[in-house]
Write a protein that binds this ligand. Structure first.
Ligand code: NAP
Length: 493
């Protein structure tokens, strides 16, 4: 049977764009990309709250094969990332393959035809031979249901659904949450709001951000001699790698490296906040690396402004014009900002129902056994499915490492499919089990299991208490594995 498309990619963010580039390089032309939002760019299209910027330096947070010499700063502001995504999509002629406003609701494998049938929210179905889910990790906003929330009469904004027409100037604002998003937003809001109250449940580790505008002359140098930018990328990526490998993955062997990172963050806090009680409340009580730390030079300082208050007594309820704290104090506000992050484990694994061979639902299988995916990309009983946002897929600190590793995996897998004249691939149960054993073994050395992560409320952990998001390998190891995995780990038909 001829499918509607050979390849259907769900998601037009950097993951989906990278996969589409890989298929183009393999000479597979019949590729469609469907996207829930009304434009491409994923996270960088959806998020546009004040202060949005990358928190991994842009020389590293970009495709290695598509460097942008013209980043305005070392840590580029969000809109530049969106423009970069547009540029890459244009350059690789992907825009015409994209269909926006199409929300996928389910996918079902049919053994007889060897095709996936994909349903969309408009009630339509389409078929494809290969299904790629590139739906992101941080794509389903979490909106906690605080008591009385629906009675609030002021403005409510979630950071992932920001209303650009709202000006925070002169307002009495409450921000709920102190994750990486809030760390970027709070200093901006503090500058203009009449009063800003931040509701913190769990403090975040924050280290200094060495950020500066990239001078025009340097941008021209990067453009003229790309090797110079590659060298800067290599240095920055190596530093991040050290942080990840020694601070997080090899906590058993390099505990001191982790402690040094925490000391740096404490010194940073001390340099910006002189009030000892405020410092105490801003200091995390879990080990660095249990949840994603972030970089900022202005976050802690924002709390020293007279118009900013840190609340740590919890949220009792919301009233029409106030937040009532856990200990009963009423804080009058007119604007409620939910910097409450994303729902990973409940709604994202997978982002829509996927039914494979033997009518097995992927979400149910993951929950009934363990969250798992061979090399973080394929699962037994799900033929011809490449699930880019899978358990143990996130490798390194920059998401682009994950994407490029997966592109290599796709290249090797489809090269073999072609060589064998096959049209169907499926990872074997044995290969999948061996990979799960390997990551489980490696993780035993990590801060997640040896450190103190209790109370960190980290999205790295699933509800079963497993740190099943990050791949516990150095990025070079991951990239090599994606280039050399045994082809017999797959069955081809
Ligand atoms: P997040 O890290 O999940 O933070 C959500 C915050 O909301 C946490 O402080 C959380 O507190 C709080 N919260 C959630 N539910 C709550 C409740 N019911 N009551 C009180 N507080 C509640 O989300 P995020 O800040 O949006 O960041 C998500 C990820 O996006 C980051 O880790 C990072 O990977 C990425 N990010 C990247 C950039 C960048 O590169 N530019 C910028 C922003 C974000 P608890 O910690 O207690 O749960």
């Amino acid at each position: 049977m001829r499918p509607d498309n050979e390849v259907l990619i769900v998601g037009a963010g950097f993951g989906g764009i990278g996969a589409a580039i890989e298929f183009a390089s393999l000479g597979i032309d019949d590729v469609a990309i469907v996207e829930r939002e009304d434009d491409l760019g994923g996270t960088w299209h959806v998020n546009h709250y004040p202060g949005l910027a990358v928190d991994i330096a842009s020389v590293t947070y970009s495709y290695s094969f598509e460097p942008n010499p013209f980043w305005s700063r070392l840590f580029a502001p969000g809109p530049e990332l969106k423009r970069y995504a547009e540029h890459v999509a244009e350059k690789y002629d992907l825009t015409r393959r994209m269909e926006f406003g199409t929300s996928v609701t389910g996918a079902r494998w049919d053994d007889e035809s060897g095709l996936w049938t994909v349903s969309t929210a408009d009630g339509a179905t389409r078929t494809c031979r290969y299904l790629v889910t590139a739906t992101g990790f941080l794509s389903q906003p979490s909106t906690p249901d605080f008591p009385g929330m629906d009675t609030f009469t002021g403005t409510v904004l979630h950071t992932a659904a920001w209303d650009d027409s709202v000006d925070l100037t002169g307002r009495r604002v409450a921000v709920i949450g102190t994750g990486a998003t809030a760390v970027q937003l709070i200093p901006e809001a503090a500058e203009v709001a009449a009063e800003l109250t931040v509701f913190q449940r769990t403090p975040i580790w924050v280290v200094p951000k060495i950020d500066f505008p990239i001078p025009r002359a340097v941008q021209r140098l990067f453009a003229r001699i790309p090797a110079t930018q590659r060298a800067v990328r290599l240095v920055n990526t190596s530093l991040l790698e050290m942080l990840m490998v020694f601070g997080v993955l090899h906590f058993r062997q390099a505990r001191l490296g982790n402690k040094a990172g925490a000391l740096l963050a404490r010194a940073h806090l001390r340099a910006q906040v002189s009030d000892a009680d405020l410092r105490r409340r801003l200091t995390p009580h879990y080990d660095l690396g249990c949840k994603r730390p972030t970089f900022s030079n202005s976050y802690f300082r924002a709390y020293t402004r007279p118009n900013v208050t840190l609340e740590t007594d919890g949220i009792g309820r919301i009233e029409p014009d106030a937040v009532v704290t856990g200990d009963g104090r009423r804080i009058e506000i007119d604007t409620l900002v939910l910097a409450t992050g994303f729902d990973l484990w409940d709604t994202n694994f997978p982002a829509f129902e996927i039914v494979g061979r033997d009518q097995l639902s992927l979400g149910a299988w993951w929950r009934e056994s363990r969250f798992q995916a061979y090399q973080g990309i394929t699962m037994p009983r799900y033929p011809n499915l490449l699930s880019l946002n899978s358990p143990y897929s996130y490798s390194g600190l920059s998401y682009f490492t994950t994407i490029e590793g997966q592109m290599r995996h796709i290249g090797r897998l489809f090269g073999e499919l072609r060589r064998r004249g096959a049209s169907t691939f499926e990872v074997t149960g044995e290969a999948n089990d061996a990979f799960l054993d390997e990551v489980t073994d490696h993780l035993a050395d990590s801060v997640f299991y040896l450190g103190n992560c209790a109370g960190s409320h980290s999205y790295y952990f699933n509800h079963q208490g497993e740190a099943a998001l990050l791949r516990p390998n150095a990025t070079l190891t991951t990239l090599r594995a994606m280039d050399t995995f045994p082809l017999d780990d797959y069955r081809f038909h």
